[in-house]
Design a protein around this ligand. Structure first.
Ligand code: ZN
Length: 261
C-alpha cells in the first residue's frame, strides 16, 4: 500500500490541527512533511521555541500518520526581522537549524527563500543573499531544502535552477512550483489540483505533491484543504492519468530517498 504524501503542510494548534490530520488520513493520506508555520519570532529564543513547537506537533501527528519536520525561517519572517534591523537573528536562526539537522531532529530545511509579495530592492537583495547562504548550508549538511520564492515564470525557474547548479546543491525542492518542464537541478513540489498534476504528468517530469495547507481559521480556503493530495492522487489514478507505478514513485520512492526517511 502506497503511503500518499503531502510534501508541504503547515499545522496550527489554534486551527483544525489534528482534525485536519484525520481528514487527510480518511481521504487516503499516510505521510505529512510538516513545514514550520511562520510565527514571526523577534529573538532567537522565540525562534527556538517555535522550532520546538513544530517538533512537538510532529510527535502528536505521528499518533495518526507518518510525519517528518522541516524547519526554517520563512522569507516573510526574514523581511520582518531585516526591516527591524535584526538581520543577525536571521543568521542565528540558520545556525539553529543546522544544529537540529546535525542532531537528526528534522529531515529538512524550509521554508527559505525570497518573499512572494513586492518588497524593496534592498529587502529583495538581502533575502536573496540569505537564500544563497541557506542553500550553501544545505549543501554542506547534505540536507534537503524547500525554497519559497515570488511566483516565477519559465525564465525565473531557469535562473533559479542555474543558481542552484552553480552552488552545487542537489537536494533542493521548489515549493509552490508551477507545473512547467524547466526544472533540472531541483524537484518541483506542485499544488495538488487536478489540472496542475495532469499538466505535470504530461510533461513527464519528476515532482512531489503538496497543499501548502496553512490551517488558519481566519483564512479558510486560502490554500488547498488537507484532503487534497490523497483525493487528487486517487482520482487521477482512477481516471488513468496517473499509473500505479507513478503513484508509488512520487509518494513512496522519491520522497523517502530525498529526505533519507
Ligand atoms: Zn508554506
Amino acid at each position: 500500500m502506497t503511503v500518499i504524501t503531502d510534501n508541504h503542510m503547515h499545522l496550527d494548534k489554534k486551527g483544525l490541527y489534528l482534525e485536519a490530520v484525520h481528514q487527510f488520513k480518511r481521504a487516503g493520506g499516510g505521510r505529512i512533511i510538516l513545514v514550520q508555520k511562520p510565527g514571526f519570532p523577534q529573538t532567537i529564543e522565540e525562534f527556538v521555541q517555535q522550532v520546538e513547537q513544530t517538533l512537538t506537533m510532529c510527535q502528536e501527528v505521528r499518533q495518526i500518520v507518518e510525519c517528518y519536520p522541516v524547519v526554517g525561517l520563512h522569507p516573510a519572517e526574514f523581511d520582518r526581522l531585516f526591516n527591524k534591523g535584526k538581520e543577525d537573528v536571521c543568521y542565528q536562526a540558520l545556525d539553529t537549524v543546522e544544529l537540529y539537522i546535525q542532531e537528526k531532529k528534522v529531515v529538512g530545511m524550509g521554508e527559505f527563500g525570497r518573499p512572494h509579495y513586492p518588497v524593496s530592492e534592498q529587502t529583495y537583495q538581502a533575502s536573496h543573499e540569505y537564500m544563497i547562504q541557506a542553500l550553501i548550508r544545505s549543501r554542506e549538511l547534505d540536507c534537503p531544502i524547500q525554497l519559497h520564492t515570488e511566483s516565477l515564470d519559465s525564465a525565473g525557474i531557469e535562473a533559479l535552477d542555474r543558481l542552484i547548479k552553480e552552488l552545487g546543491c542537489s537536494r533542493v525542492i521548489k515549493h509552490f512550483a508551477p507545473p512547467i518542464p524547466e526544472y533540472d537541478s531541483m524537484t518541483p513540489s506542485i499544488l495538488a489540483t487536478e489540472s496542475n498534476i495532469t499538466q505535470a504528468v504530461t510533461s513527464g517530469m519528476k515532482f512531489f505533491m503538496e497543499t501548502d495547507y496553512i490551517d488558519d481559521p481566519r483564512r479558510p480556503g486560502a490554500v488547498l484543504g488537507p484532503k487534497t493530495v490523497p483525493r487528487t492522487t486517487l482520482k487521477l489514478l482512477a481516471e488513468g492519468v496517473l499509473t500505479e507505478d507513478m503513484v508509488v514513485r512520487i509518494h513512496d520512492q522519491d520522497i523517502p530517498s530525498l529526505y533519507n526517511l
